[in-house]
Design a protein around this ligand. Structure first.
Ligand SMILES: Nc1nc2c(ncn2[C@@H]2O[C@H](COP(=O)(O)OP(=O)(O)O)[C@@H](O)[C@H]2O)c(=O)[nH]1
Ligand SMILES: Nc1ncnc2c1ncn2[C@@H]1O[C@H](COP(=O)(O)OP(=O)(O)O)[C@@H](O)[C@H]1O
Length: 217
């Protein structure tokens, strides 16, 4: 997205905002709010071998695929990163993300810590990462049950994995505790605003400052 001080021929690269959390902490809700608030993010739609939930739409929430199709995408180099999470495969398609970065569009990634690590290795300067935490493990369990999208055995497995996932919190730039959703969302948008103001994400500053220094006073 263009910033106020563009006017330079040097193009700004897109910002890659990574949201991770244990299942049920609220990253999908926060990601959806970010997209709907029209502050210039588009969602990276992942490929997964996980069965589609009742509320999910092919191509919107995920590209649902079988294991054979997934392996063929992976072996052809079409995936920017991939990981096995809760017994299923998940991956970020390479082409849309690379195009968005090159065109200076900001993209949002709802991926796990394994994916975040791989993205950082490839595109370090472009990544801003946020780890979302639940206010308590009890509330995490309650949210997974209230969401009512997964069977009990699946919820149990996700809760069991939550502790291992939380251990990766130090690998992220920011941590947001999603107790009150509005507050958590405000914290995420504050992070986005500050990151967009970073000097190295504002190539237009070169022209602005040249003009400033050339001004006769
Ligand atoms: N590495 C990686 N992880 C992903 C990707 N897409 C989703 N995930 C992660 O897979 C995990 C399970 O996602 P999902 O089955 O939608 O369950 P939910 O987190 O409970 O909504 C979450 O931690 C997601 O962030 C991806 O493209 N790559
Ligand atoms: N701050 C919050 N307070 C109460 N419920 C929440 C909050 N944030 C999200 N939820 C609810 O918790 C459930 C899990 O949220 P979701 O965004 O699907 O989590 P994740 O994508 O991390 O698995 C959903 O039913 C969602 O509406």
């Amino acid at each position: 997205m263009a910033t106020k001080d563009t006017g330079s021929s040097i193009k700004r690269r897109g910002l890659m905002l990574v949201l991770s959390s244990p299942s049920g902490a609220g990253k999908t809700t926060i990601a959806r709010n970010l997209i709907e608030s029209n502050i210039g993010f588009e969602m990276s739609v992942s490929v997964t071998t996980r069965p589609r939930r009742g509320s999910e739409i092919e191509g919107v929430h995920y590209h649902f695929s079988n294991k054979r199709e997934f392996e063929s995408l992976r072996d052809n180099g079409d995936l920017l990163e991939w990981a096995e999470v809760h017994g299923n495969y998940y991956a970020t398609p390479r082409a849309p993300a690379e195009l968005a970065m090159a065109e200076g569009r900001d993209m949002l990634f709802d991926i796990d810590w394994q994916g975040a690590t791989q993205l950082k290795q490839q595109m370090r300067a472009d990544i801003v990462s946020i780890f979302i935490l639940p206010p308590s493990m009890g509330e995490l369990k309650a949210r997974l049950k209230r969401r009512a999208e997964d069977q009990d055995a699946v919820i149990d497995q996700r809760l069991k994995n939550a502790r291992d996932e939380i251990e990766h919190w130090t690998e992220y730039d920011f941590v947001v505790i999603n107790d009150d959703l509005d507050r958590a969302f405000q914290e995420v948008t504050a992070i986005v605003k500050a990151e967009r103001l970073r000097r190295d994400r504002r190539p237009g500053l070169f022209n602005f400052i040249s003009g400033l220094l050339a001004e006769k006073i």
